[in-house]
Design a protein around this ligand. Sequence first.
Ligand code: ATP
Ligand code: MG
Length: 365
Amino acid sequence: MEVKQLTLSNFRNYKNETIKFNSGLNVLIGNNAQGKTNILEAIFMCAIGKSVRVKKDKDLIMWDKEFSKISLSSTKSNFSKNIEIYLFQNQNKAIKINGVPIKKMGQLMGEFNAIYFCPDDLKLVKESPEERRRFMDIDLSQLNKIYFYALMKYNKILAQRNKLLKTTSNLKTLNDTISIWNEQLAECGATIIKYRLDFVNLLKKFAFDLQNYLTENKEKLELEYTGIVCESVEEIKKELLNQLNKSVEKDFDLGYTTVGPHRDDIKIVVNGIDIRHFGSQGQQRTCALSLKLAELEIFNSVIGEYPVLLLDDVLSELDLNRQNRLLNKIKDIQSIITCTDFNFDVKCTKFSIVNGNLELTLKTD
Ligand SMILES: Nc1ncnc2c1ncn2[C@@H]1O[C@H](COP(=O)(O)OP(=O)(O)OP(=O)(O)O)[C@@H](O)[C@H]1O
Ligand SMILES: [Mg+2]
């Protein structure tokens, strides 16, 4: 999978700009606040349909403009794909794939695959379980539409169950009505858990090898899904339904659903130590990078092609040895990386960015 060309119109600080990317390493170089991250943000939007930085689409439109457009040409399995996203001040965004408007966001999933990594992704290791669930959800939604739709449905039913827990006045009435929600929640919750278990099984294998590679065998990384761990979807469903039924009284007292995949996590252990609480900053950063690079391998093993790797300001966070190891690892896939300075003797295409204007400065063969 490769990005061939990106055109931005009135997107953030880009009035009208077209960038042609090459295979391999593409480096976007510029001082702070010139528009490097804006480009990665636009590309990643074409993979997941929304910004990783802001919730409101209108924040992406150039100030004082009415609408904005992102147009991305890519290749997947040697087929060209053109994705266009139109953003408006006062109406919902519109998306077209090869000129045909999509009706549901699920149609975009998997059309163009990318992985985005920025220093803030340290949160993936350091912060609450929500970050790790988001990590799984973003990847699995891109990898499988069934997952995306199950997740949408799960969130909807969960909100309805929570509303019921808050608005029902007594436990007896609740017991009469809640079983239908428990059944539906267990049904799509089991699908989500099954996909996540398979995902973490792959992730742990790849991340273990990558952590070894990045740390020269000094750090052993182990991952474990914390939640219901059963072999089949049926068994997971049965267990989840059982837990939901058992937790009705507790959930009623608290006013929200206390069991299910929306509460699960991935436990991250390095050399026997829970890295979230006891890891050094450097260990946590390297772990986050191993997880991100493991994503690349998962995509490759599931869809038979590497996604585009977007690395935002990641090199400056690593020591020289790890920088070199990282560049060596990714040299054969298309990656687009941003930095303020780049002095490595590697094959790459370089662009310089000044105040929303981009210029090709070097292409090495
Ligand atoms: N909606 C918008 N309209 C116009 N300009 C915007 C909009 N949103 C953000 N900007 C501007 O875009 C500029 C570049 O942002 P970006 O985050 O891409 O910078 P960067 O090059 O990645 O910088 P850094 O090295 O600090 O990460 C900022 O100066 C910001 O003010
Ligand atoms: Mg930036």
